[in-house]
Design a protein around this ligand. Structure first.
Ligand code: NAD
Ligand code: ZN
Ligand code: ZN
Length: 390
């Protein structure tokens, strides 16, 4: 089959690789009908995620049709149409039974590697490094899906792929980010990053009762898309100091809830800490550029919440933890417990409350993926979300 493979920083290629096979009784193999490129894939593309190996198949936002099912699979059969969460979860361990699926204890065969880096290993993820399981990813013609009775959600209606595909990751991720923010009715919610995750965080913040949403980015069309929902757009490279703007907008109190939907590759519009991050990451002295996390902590109102869906990888410098502590902030974060959100969010799509395809700007074939990675990375051509139809 053909698949998008990682070969190093800035180098992904479409290679011919072996077709996936059933390996465990609980596996299915799907023929991928739609799959997407995520901001997390950019961290791989830009060389931020350790333990990638040349030839690894990447991608973690797939859906498709079941073409083979292991003998242990009870809920799915050949021909079913499914969306596959990026998190692989066993469904029975301590964490899965608490619906903390991205913390599953049983799906990372390389748990020891992750334990050394993090103290304990999170769940295995599709197409996201050997430290997180070494599972071949979903930007491919076919995909093996382990624990098929736990992860994939069957789509029984005739909703198009484009409407349900983002249940695999970014809709639940934006929603969990808003939920983690602990939004109370009428709250002012500031969202850093208007990429796909930010867009879903903004829409979810409204769903959960926000009174005001302030959207921060520097990419004009992303800010425009955010503003369409009624969010107030702040362009961090044109409008000036974000802290000053947020204080002005909130009469000096700060936003009640702050969501960092940017993560480890924040741009800093020339701010001192961001320049230092750039130098240090290029010299491998630190792994992440944490400008947004710092800014969110400084801006957040006392006793407010900082919610971090943005991915961080390793060590971060100069985080004002004293500010967080003394202001009494609540901080919540994590890889999304996708499985927990599949049914409720599918329902919101079915009832027409949201049509997640609003975020798609590019539709391509598999062979065009390497070019699309560059377009998405460079925010060229109005690119917000790329859907690949293998
Ligand atoms: N927690 C999870 O389970 C999960 C799932 C999916 C994605 N993610 C992460 O969420 C983050 C966003 O993903 P995405 O697909 O939207 O990515 P993206 O790269 O398309 O979007 C990031 C946005 O942040 C903006 N940005 C950069 N610096 C900024 C700053 N200083 N202030 C405000 N905005 C700034 C960029 O201009 C860009 O629009 C990534 O870190 C990704 O890895 C996490
Ligand atoms: Zn993702
Ligand atoms: Zn588990």
């Amino acid at each position: 089959m053909r698949a998008v493979c990682w070969h190093g920083r800035g180098d992904v290629r479409v290679d011919t690789v072996a077709d996936p096979k059933i390996q465990e009784p609980g596996d299915i193999v799907i023929k991928v009908t739609a799959t997407a490129i995520c901001g997390s894939d950019l961290h791989l593309f830009n060389g931020y995620q350790p333990t990638m190996q040349s030839g690894d198949i990447i991608g973690h936002e797939p859906m498709g049709t079941v073409v083979e099912a292991g003998r242990g699979v009870t809920k799915l059969k050949v021909g079913d149409r499914v969306v596959v969460p990026f998190v692989i979860a066993c469904g029975t361990c301590f964490f899965c039974s608490r619906t903390e699926f991205s913390c599953c204890d049983n799906t990372n065969p390389n748990a020891e590697m992750a334990r050394k880096a993090m103290g304990q290993s999170p769940a295995g993820l599709f197409g996201f490094s050997h430290m997180l399981g070494g599972y071949p990813g979903g930007q491919a013609e076919y995909l093996r899906v382990p624990h098929a009775d736990v992860g994939p959600i069957k789509i029984e209606s005739d909703l198009s792929d484009e409407k349900v595909l983002f249940l695999s990751d970014i809709f639940p991720t934006g929603y969990m980010a808003a939920e983690n923010a602990g939004i109370e009715r009428g709250d002012t919610v500031a969202v850093w990053g208007c990429g796909p995750v930010g867009q879903f965080a903004i829409r979810s913040a409204w769903m959960l009762g926000a009174g005001r949403v302030i959207a921060i980015d520097r990419v004009a069309e992303r800010l425009t898309l955010a503003a369409k929902t009624g969010a107030e757009a702040v362009n961090f490279s044109e409008d000036g100091d974000v802290y000053g703007i947020l204080m002005e907008k909130t009469k000096g109190r700060g936003p009640d809830r702050c969501i960092d939907a940017v993560g480890c590759e924040a741009h800093g519009a020339g701010s001192f800490d961001a320049v230092v991050d750039r130098v240090k990451t290029s010299l491998l002295l630190t792994s992440d550029r944490a400008h947004v996390l710092r800014e969110a902590i400084m801006c957040c109102r006392k006793a407010g919440t900082v919610s971090t869906p943005g991915v961080y990888v390793g060590m971060i410098d100069n985080v004002p933890f004293g500010a967080a502590m003394n202001k009494g902030l609540t901080m919540k974060m994590g890889q999304t417990h996708v499985q927990r959100y599949l049914k409720p969010l599918l329902k919101r799509i079915e009832t027409g409350e949201i049509d997640p395809s609003f975020v798609i700007t590019h539709r391509i074939g598999l062979e065009e993926a390497p070019e699309a990675y560059k377009t998405f990375r460079d925010r060229k051509d109005g690119c917000i979300k790329v859907v690949i139809k293998p």
